[in-house]
Write a protein that binds this ligand. Structure first.
Ligand code: DGY
Length: 321
């Protein structure tokens, strides 16, 4: 009997509950692995499919988009979509979708985990115990910085920035935020005050980044901006690596221009600046922002919902324009 199910290219293995649905509803170009496909494999897969689910490590350029003539939808398994040439997709009439909302809480929670781990030297503490060299409590051991009552600076006040800000209430942290335009007052707490980038960087004890990566935000934080920060301040990034000039950050950390950094994302993932791993005042995570089982399953379901919509001739709920 002919298999009339649509053909799906899936670039990476997704959590089991999503894979179960995928196996039932689609023919797969090939069963995915848990590693990034080579560019040629990605391109070949996209060319054979009606629909595709791709991830943030898959670079999808204009040439690939124009070559994949059968493809109707690229469902990006992420809220960020800087890995896809959107202009080319628009030109070719290819729908691109993302996964907003379902990973907001997971990413905001991880931002706080990173913030607290950095300021309170959690990773160094864990390493000390595991080394077998801990000799017991000491009044001077691994002293960190207070978080409660300090000023939180948020760059980018979209869904995730606002979710991070809401969590600051429990820490009694006044929130300053930077966006191009102040948000409408109806949409935000009275406690959140808009600042220019320079003023925010000069005022905040902790700065956390929540803007998308675009040409305008690439290297938004470089040597000049780091110099505007306080020497006691911490910088947290769970957005996209290239928003920070990683080389300038490594220098700023080495020179004590800022106190520390918590990074979940990097300029050239999975490579990181060689100095970073040597610096104790930095906590490094392997891009875990959305890495909860619930969020990752929901992200898969959102991709599938968008794919079904487009294949049925309906508008995609999360069309990226
Ligand atoms: C996203 O969705 O953009 C995240 O970086 C994935 O974890």
């Amino acid at each position: 009997m002919t298999d009339i199910r649509p053909i799906l290219y899936l670039s990476r293995l997704l959590p089991d509950p999503v894979m179960a649905i995928v196996r039932e509803r689609f023919q797969l170009v090939q069963y995915p692995h848990d590693t990034l496909p080579a560019p040629s494999v990605l391109r070949e897969g996209l060319c054979q499919a009606d629909a595709a689910i791709v991830t943030l490590g898959d670079r999808i350029d204009a040439e690939t988009i124009h070559a994949a003539t059968r493809l109707k939808i690229l469902a990006n398994y992420a809220v960020g979509h800087n890995n896809i040439d959107l202009a080319a997709a628009r030109q070719r009439g290819l729908t691109v979708t993302n996964t907003p909302d379902v990973l907001t809480d997971a990413t905001a929670d991880l931002t706080w985990a990173l913030l607290l781990a950095t300021a309170r030297r959690v990773v160094e503490g864990d390493a000390l115990i595991r080394s077998g060299r801990w000799t017991g409590w000491s009044p001077t051991q691994l002293l960190g910085a207070d978080v409660s009552g300090k000023t939180l600076g948020i760059i980018g006040m979209g869904r995730i920035g606002q979710a991070v800000a809401r969590r600051a209430v429990g820490f009694r942290m006044p929130v300053r935020y930077h966006t191009r335009q102040p948000l409408a007052t109806s949409s935000l707490s009275r406690e959140w005050e808009h600042r220019s980038l320079r003023d925010l960087l000069g005022e905040a004890d902790v700065v956390t980044i929540h803007v998308p990566l675009t040409p305008a935000t690439q290297h938004l934080i470089g040597a000049r901006e780091l110099a505007w920060m306080r020497p006691t301040a911490y910088l947290i990034n769970t957005a996209r690596g290239p928003i920070i000039d990683e080389w300038a950050l490594a220098d700023a950390l080495k020179l004590g221009i800022i106190a520390g950094a918590g990074l979940d994302v990097y300029e050239r993932e999975p490579a990181i600046h060689s100095a970073m791993a040597q610096l104790k005042q930095v906590v490094l995570l392997p891009h875990l922002g959305s890495a909860t089982l619930h969020a990752r399953v929901q992200m898969g379901l959102v991709c599938l919902e968008n794919i079904h919509a487009v294949l049925d001739g309906r508008p995609a709920p999360n069309h990226v324009h």
